[in-house]
Design a protein around this ligand. Structure first.
Ligand SMILES: [Zn+2]
Length: 138
């Protein structure tokens, strides 16, 4: 049995039943690393250092946590927020690309954003999400 195998087996035994490194852990870790950019500023750098220490402590806490259920819920909530942000950026890109050819309306019932071709006059719009029907001028 070589040393590497011994070490990895000790680590995997230690990590058994613990949360480990997940997407939220990686994101917080990277965020704390990015904060290093501001470390050179006097006073602000000290505050950043405290924040970084706190963030890394939080990452370590999440890695070692045995309450996997709670950590998984946090990670899921984080993924949900990340998905919403990605969606928002995607929507903005679509709006930018089709601002000359399409008009955007909000469904009066569910607030879903709908894209309709421009210059078609009065159109009857059916919301694909909730089925609400309404009339708009394009
Ligand atoms: Zn709707």
């Amino acid at each position: 049995m070589n040393l590497f195998y011994k070490i990895s087996s000790v680590i995997s035994k230690f990590m058994y039943g613990r949360n480990g490194f997940d997407a939220l852990g990686i994101a917080v870790f990277i965020f704390s690393f990015v904060l290093s950019i501001f470390r050179w500023i006097p006073l602000v750098g000290f505050v950043i250092w405290i924040i970084q220490t706190g963030l890394l402590g939080y990452v370590l806490f999440r890695i070692l946590s045995r309450n996997v259920e709670a950590r998984r819920a946090e990670n899921l909530a984080f993924s949900g927020i990340l998905g919403k942000i990605k969606n928002e950026f995607g929507n903005r890109k679509i709006r930018r690309e089709s601002c000359g050819t399409h008009k955007f309306f909000r469904c009066p019932s569910c607030k879903n954003t709908l894209r309709v071709p421009k210059g078609k006059g009065k159109v009857y719009i059916t919301c694909p999400k909730c089925g609400e029907r309404f009339v708009k001028n394009t």
